[in-house]
Write a protein that binds this ligand. Structure first.
Ligand code: ACM
Length: 634
């Protein structure tokens, strides 16, 4: 009985401790400055919520709705407060003096003043909601403080591939909600792929009726073990897309549509084979994936990868693409239209008589210059409509289109090269830099099927999107940073959530916060826990962090004293040392684990975290090695 009591006390103490000690008052991304002051503002139902300006009433409503969920009461909303009122005041007075998207929050015993305009005010309210502590002893007590905040980068993006798998509009909105809570402002909607065309184009209905439907999907990681033989189809109507645009705009998020060209376009070619260099050539089926569809005619790809069948650069294709882009431009008010440009094999262009003649006629050197010609022709059209193109970094090859913005994804080199050519750049490097959120989040064998590559949230957190190689003037071209979510192995909203959380927090902080504010320990131990725990209340899935203080690297030594910490309030760590898989039946961690390993032997510590809501982490293994012959350092 005594033991249970002690544990309960420990757990409830730790919930409070997470919120009280944090220098950032629980805010992600970390603000430019947080100065805590003496005193507290007591939030109860006698507090009035003031917004004099009707334009800001929506922000007051947003905050009030959150107070209801947090405190169980709502605040009276007024145009002005009386001298005796304790008030939260939402105002744009003086906001013109603030940096773009910036805001201030001032908290005293009597009054909370939230200052900002437009996006800045929206972000102020997001911060205010995040800093509200949980009710304790039936009270919400907010530490007095002055918060001053504005973003480091103006472009803060999240991408979502809906070509490989698509998600309901309701989930797209949830994704946008999450982005907005973390002050991200560009949703890059990857709408077309080899495995599915997902946006309605009225002039070309076969794009969705044929191009939006594949007859099966390989099972497992490429090349897979077979096909599910199940039709996978769907697309977003133009009305749905407009609805998403409006929903995002209300949260200060711009939606950038991506229409892939000239590569990753074989679903469009399946619908309209004349867009290919070789309209009569059957769809390529990899020898390693004989199960992935028919070899007869043009098909939407049922396997993953990069395919030879790309758009032929003839006048009919350009007419088609201009028509498509005109409809896209009418749906999406975004200044930027993403035209892809990545991973476009040149093999068919090499084999095509027409393409070779065109290269000669235009005086081009090779197929790379032909791709550059392709992109520049498309850019001209998009520029003529008052918009600008973004392309993946392959658009550097063969010469950049004059006004293009480059997304650097194959590392940082493309971004550096483009900035040196005075082009704007968005950094979105995958691989070891960690902004590909389709990579796995730990080395544990428990990670669900994924594309490969290791990208834990700490790696993305460590990345500084501003390349040191650039001069101050060139650095001005680095407009921001983005993370990408490719969905070959992400079939459901719950798995999207698993893959982006908590990594979206890292993205948010490297996109918004000043470098000097970066603090992995504070981020991992004080803020991530509170934010993840909050997601339980919105039915949102996430990757449960492994125990703080545990490494998955081999540790050498004889005597170990392993101190671990639960990564979430109320979560428990269970462990084994006998090679069995830990569960709630294993030993519950309470004090440092002491292990003595005899010379020439090893022990394996296996842990699992189980949250208060029942979510489970992957199992993490640490080899404790005292010269055992069969242990490789990891
Ligand atoms: C990409 O990941 N192919 C841009």
């Amino acid at each position: 009985m005594k033991k249970i009591l002690t544990l309960t006390l420990l757990v409830s103490m730790s919930v409070g401790a997470f919120a009280q000690t944090d220098v950032n008052m629980g805010i992600i991304p970390a603000p430019v400055s947080v100065t805590k002051k003496a005193g507290t503002f007591k939030l109860d139902k006698t507090v009035v919520l003031v917004s004099a300006d009707a334009k800001n009433a929506k922000m007051a409503d947003l905050l009030n709705a959150y107070v209801v969920t947090k405190g169980g009461f709502s605040l009276r909303e007024l145009k002005s407060a009386g001298p005796a009122d304790r008030a939260i005041v939402i105002t744009s007075a003086g906001a013109d003096q603030l940096p773009f998207e910036g805001y201030k929050i001032s908290i005293t015993d009597k009054k909370v003043t939230i200052t900002g305009k437009d996006a800045g005010l929206f972000y102020a309210v997001q911060s205010m909601m995040q800093l509200l502590p949980d009710k304790q002893n039936n009270q919400i007590l907010i530490n007095a403080a002055e918060i001053n905040d504005y973003p480091r980068f103006k472009y803060r993006g999240m991408h979502l591939d809906v070509g490989r798998h698509m998600f309901p509009v309701a989930f797209i909105k949830k994704y946008i909600d999450l982005m907005s809570q973390y002050k991200l402002n560009n949703f890059h909607w990857h709408l077309t792929e080899d495995q599915g065309w997902r946006i309605e184009i009225k002039k070309y209905p076969k794009l969705t009726s044929i191009g939006g439907s594949r007859n099966g999907t390989i099972i497992g990681r490429h090349p897979g073990v077979g096909t599910d033989n199940t039709v996978y189809k769907g697309f977003y109507t133009q009305e749905e897309a407009k609805d998403v645009v409006a929903y995002a705009a209300a949260r200060y998020i711009n939606v950038i549509p991506e229409i892939e060209l000239p590569g990753h376009s074989s679903a469009a070619i399946a619908a309209y084979p004349e867009l290919s260099c070789f309209p009569d050539k059957d769809t390529f089926v990899d020898e390693k994936t004989p199960w992935s569809g028919s070899r007869k005619g043009k098909q939407v790809q049922q396997q993953w990868g990069v395919f030879q069948d790309v758009f032929v650069p003839n006048d009919a294709t350009f007419k088609f693409l201009e028509d498509v882009l005109d409809e896209v431009i009418a749906i999406f008010p975004s200044k930027y239209i993403h035209i892809g440009g990545d991973e476009s094999p040149k093999e068919y262009w090499k084999q095509s008589e027409f393409c070779q003649q065109l290269i000669k006629k235009l005086g081009l050197k090779d197929e790379h210059e032909l791709q550059s010609y392709f992109i520049q022709r498309i850019e001209k059209h998009i520029n003529s409509k008052g918009r600008s193109i973004i392309g993946w970094d392959e658009i550097l090859e063969g010469g950049l289109a004059p006004n293009a913005t480059v997304m650097s994804w194959r590392g940082v080199e493309g971004g550096i090269a483009a900035a040196k050519q005075d082009h704007d750049v968005i950094m979105t490097p995958g691989g070891p830099i960690g902004l590909y959120f389709d990579h796995k989040q730990s080395s544990s064998a428990d990670e669900p099927t994924n594309i490969g590559g290791l990208a834990p949230y700490s790696i993305a957190y460590a990345y500084d999107p501003m390349p040191k190689e650039l001069t101050a003037d060139q650095q001005k071209h680095v407009i921001g940073v983005q993370a990408n979510v490719w969905t070959e192995y992400i079939q459901t909203p719950a798995k999207v959530e698993y893959m982006i959380l908590p990594r979206i927090f890292s993205l948010s902080e490297i996109a918004w916060s000043q470098v000097a504010r970066k603090d992995l320990k504070n981020f991992s131990e004080e803020r991530i826990p509170v934010h993840l725990a909050r997601l339980d209340k919105t039915g949102t899935n996430y990757w449960v962090p492994t125990p703080l203080g545990q490494s998955d690297k081999t540790m050498d030594g004889a005597d170990f004293n392993l101190e671990l910490k639960a990564p979430l309030p109320g979560a428990k760590i269970y462990y084994t040392l006998d090679l069995s898989r830990p569960s709630e039946n294993a030993t519950l961690y309470s004090n440092a684990i002491k292990v003595n390993v005899p010379k020439g032997e090893k022990r394996v510590l296996k842990t699992i975290v189980i949250t208060a809501g029942g979510k489970r982490s992957v199992v993490t293994e640490t080899i404790l090695n005292n010269g055992a012959p069969d242990v490789k350092a990891k």
